[in-house]
Ligand binder design. Structure first.
Ligand code: SF4
Ligand code: SF4
Length: 181
């Protein structure tokens, strides 16, 4: 039987706390963050376990978690934490760290979605749902996946058929890039 080797990195928690400005070590594992997260069901760790991984210095587990990529940054976890930890800020810091260190999510489709989304934001300054959904469907070889939903959204005027460009987005994007975003 293959044995599981877990190598904790003692400095990881300290670095993360410095970078995020949040005291992850004060997390009491109450689970309010995970219990209120709208996408918890599809995360591998979820916010509570992610905080625990950081506390224990489990660098690989934390940086490789799909939670970093599925988080919507809705801030519900941050507003509900009894220890006043901005959990979303910690997740954002972990995501930046993963990008910087070249750690890709295990699920390749999540990485693809993020690349397409960012390319669209860079080109238009805003999301263009039809283009994003179409490109993602084609590249994952499931072009018909969201067709019915797109049809309904178009009929109700929820998404535009022709992409619209946000004015003044170029310089903003450039600024974010320079800031390391
Ligand atoms: S809500 Fe706060 S204290 Fe509770 S598990 Fe989440 S991060 Fe930890
Ligand atoms: S900010 Fe992210 S982790 Fe927190 S509740 Fe929202 S989706 Fe879940």
């Amino acid at each position: 039987m293959k044995s599981l080797v877990i190598i904790p990195s003692p400095d990881f928690r300290r670095e993360l706390e410095t970078e995020s400005g949040e005291r992850v070590s004060s997390c009491i594992q109450c689970g309010k963050c995970s219990g209120s997260c709208p996408v918890f069901a599809i995360m591998d760790l979820g916010p509570r376990r992610l905080m625990r991984a950081v506390q224990l210095g489990l660098r690989e587990e934390a940086l490789g978690s799909n939670t970093l990529w599925l988080c919507l940054f809705c801030m519900t976890c941050s507003s509900r934490c009894p220890m006043k930890i901005d959990v979303a800020r910690v997740i954002e810091t972990l995501r930046h760290r993963a990008i910087k260190e070249g750690v890709r999510p295990a699920d390749r489709e999540i990485a693809l979605f993020h690349r397409l989304f960012l390319a669209e934001i860079e080109a238009l300054g805003r999301a263009y749902e039809l283009g994003l959904g179409g490109a993602y469907g084609l590249l994952t070889l499931r072009p018909w996946t969201n067709l019915r939903e797109f049809g309904a959204m178009l009929r109700r005027g929820k998404v535009p058929f022709i992409p619209e460009r946000a004015a003044g987005s170029g310089p903003l994007f450039e600024k974010a890039r320079k800031a390391g975003g």
